[in-house]
Design a protein around this ligand. Sequence first.
Ligand code: DHB
Length: 307
Amino acid sequence: SVETKISNKIFDNCLMNASGAKCMTFEDLSKLKNSESGTWITKSCTISSREGNPSPRYVDLKLGSINSMGLPNLGFQFYLDYVLDEHKLGNDHLFFSIAGLSLEENMEMLNKINSSDFQGWVELNLSCPNIQGKPQTGYDFERTEEVLDKIFSFYSKPLGVKLPPYFDIAHFEIVADILNQYPLQFVTCINSIGNALYIEDESVVIKPKNGFGGIGGAYIKPTALANVRMFYKLLRNDISIIGCGGVETGKDVFEHLLCGASMVQIGTQLMKEDISVFSRLLTELKTIMKAKNYKSLNDFKGKLKEL
Ligand code: DHB
């Protein structure tokens, strides 16, 4: 079995899309629903709909991808209506990503979710690197604590946070100490490695921000695994880890799970391969488990060998 759990809810399998990858429109979301993924998540939203940045704003690279989308989305109400309609159809396992441009905007969206019938999880995005003039919350530790303080002063539904990659042991410890103070149900790590520069033929490859953008894909897998592993060790046991970063094969999924992830998100590879990526990855994961005689994810989840 490749079943997994977040809190007390069971998912058929541990795969889902990463927010941002093919989850903005109703058509995108319907394709995810009809795929082999264990669940799915909506595009990070703001209260008002946004066009996002000028194109080209996402480019596939040999070893990953670069993007500076600028938070294009259909607006909070569209996604709230979508998840509530799904709930009426009996699906209470959805993830709803929100990325307000201010604390006030996040509070307004969370207030509305709190008083709605939504029964899934909010993934609060603390790590969007592509809004000009807005530092990402995840790199401002005091701000992160203030945001979580204000949110948990009233918010009572299942919530987790999407984090940027960290690269310093002291930073992991500071962030974990903050997160451990709050009733979070999960942490998703990692978002893209922000503000990188890719060059081809003496030129940048995306238009926004003079070519600077977030990197996903194979480039970031070791950083993603390090973040999953570190937060698995440092966070309370009741905070699940959702791994994200550099998953191209079933072996990559297996490695995220070994590091301690309970779910694994697919971003760049979903962009490159489209919706059939989920069935391929599941087949590859099951083949690995069979060869190792692992019957369930719990046989190896978090059990990375250390020397
Ligand atoms: C965008 C990119 C991100 O990495 C993110 O977390 C949210 C939004 C974007 O550019 O649209």
